[in-house]
Write a protein that binds this ligand. Sequence first.
Ligand SMILES: C[S@@+](CC[C@H](N)C(=O)[O-])C[C@H]1O[C@@H](n2cnc3c(N)ncnc32)[C@H](O)[C@@H]1O
Length: 313
Amino acid sequence: MCFRKKKITEIISYLESIKNSKSSQQYSIEENISFFNNIDSFSQFLKWVKTRMPKIKKEEITELTDFENEQYSKELHESLIKLERGYIPGFIAPIVKKISIYIKKRNSALLIADLGSGSAELSRQIINKVVKTKFKHSITIVAFDYSKASHKIANNNLASLKKHIHIFEKEHLTETELETIASNGNTINVVLVRNNIFNIERDFENSKFDIAYHSFFKHHLNIKEKAKLDAIIQNKATVAFEYDGYKSFVGMVIQAFFVWRKPVLLNGAVFSNLRYYSKEEIKKGKDKSKIKFFIFGMFLTYRCTYLRTIQNQ
Ligand SMILES: C[S@@+](CC[C@H](N)C(=O)[O-])C[C@H]1O[C@@H](n2cnc3c(N)ncnc32)[C@H](O)[C@@H]1O
């Protein structure tokens, strides 16, 4: 049995094994099983895309990595890092550029929230650019991710910046601890925390973040959670940057082709596209925000992402 087929069989047995313990996610698990049962060949996959995919209830599905399996989360983050570091398709290049220019212009000490930080690759690339500008003020980035697996990967991923940053890891960061770290005199602090994003208003009652950002995070949330995230950002951040994909059938097929050999990533590419909003739905969003769409990356490779800038003050 080839490696890819073995992986698919292993994932299906895993999904079968959690079916009874995660009763609220039964529908999503069934749709994930059907997906993995139909990706032995590209033609079988295209048949699934034509027949089963249109019937999927997009508000009720989650991706394989949302079932909190440490091994699959690790695989997803490691593959994402490669995509996000590569010039092709330069997945996060637009948000990295926008935020690093903004930080340089602000030219003051900053408290930043990276929401759903995953591998912290976005923060890593921003810091990399900022240190090159010889930024003189202190920056404290609080990287929120409740997954232990993500913290491990983020720690390794940030290792290349050890000369420039101080890394802290906290199960639960309190407001007092945050104040102490932010005023410790270091130029750049990165605090990896497991606090739930939805408790930010309670956990940091008296603090406000100068900047909040998130990438490839919002589509993981359901409608209520998305609205809650927007409200938290409005109350707790002066400026915010939201970066995610938008729905594109062509983009999804092209991405599926490129990640075909990696079933975990393939599932992410297809199921995230199902959950993405269309360009029209994204434009209908908040009035105070500016939105820019990105279709092509380097060498005309498909990207299909948007960047929303929200100025709250
Ligand atoms: C797809 S990853 C984001 C990747 C990363 N921002 C990037 O661009 O590579 C989404 C992350 O959000 C985290 N997450 C989801 N819901 C969360 C919550 N309520 N609080 C904290 N972290 C959460 C997950 O553990 C996961 O690592």
